[in-house]
Design a protein. Structure first.
Length: 183
């Protein structure tokens, strides 16, 4: 895992316009991954961002980059809370929610689709995805949309533009600290 991967996959979170991003990367050595994540967290935790490996298996790691304060705010949504309760989460305890997500990722046969709530996806779209088994969506971009299509398309464009700008800035020599908005 490298800073390059964070820029490519997590720019909206680094910019402070998205709660979290998720990406998969090669992980031949768990000890090396731990060292890299620890180093990145030393740089980014003071700026309000945390990086966690959610699952490591078969030479790959699933990495979650998020803003805890934004996630705490997202999980106060009534529809989000109901959905979390349905899957055994404790919505009033952010750390317990993240730990429960990790347990579900590591132990469940099916992917826990409520993970969208941890990635700034609108609760109505996460619920729509689960209830419709990924069918009957209005459109798709970063996620499948079941609710407000126009708002989602604007957000998709915003995230895409942010990613392009951040990658360009990265290529021009800006550091990850310089590209991360404190919050």
């Amino acid at each position: 895992m490298s800073e390059d991967l964070l820029i490519r996959h997590c720019s909206p979170t680094l910019a402070g316009i998205k709660t979290g991003n998720l990406f998969s990367c090669v992980c031949p050595c768990r000890k090396e991954l731990t060292r890299l994540v620890s180093g990145l967290n030393k740089k980014l935790v003071p700026m309000g961002i945390r990086i966690l490996p959610l699952r490591v298996c078969q030479g790959r790691a699933l990495i979650y980059v998020y803003r805890p304060h934004a996630l705490e705010n997202d999980l106060t949504d009534h529809q989000a809370r109901e959905l979390l309760l349905r899957y055994g989460y404790t919505p009033e305890n952010l750390n317990a929610c993240v730990m429960h997500l990790i347990r579900r990722l590591q132990s469940e046969k099916e992917f826990p689709h409520e993970i969208g709530l941890f990635l700034s996806y609108p609760p109505e779209d996460v619920l729509g995805f689960i209830d419709n088994k990924a069918f009957n969506h209005k459109c798709q971009g970063c996620w499948k949309v079941y609710g407000d299509e126009k708002a989602a398309k604007r957000i998709f464009e915003k995230y895409d533009l942010c990613s392009k700008i951040y990658f360009q800035q990265w290529k021009q020599g800006k550091s990850i600290e310089q590209l991360t908005v404190a919050g």
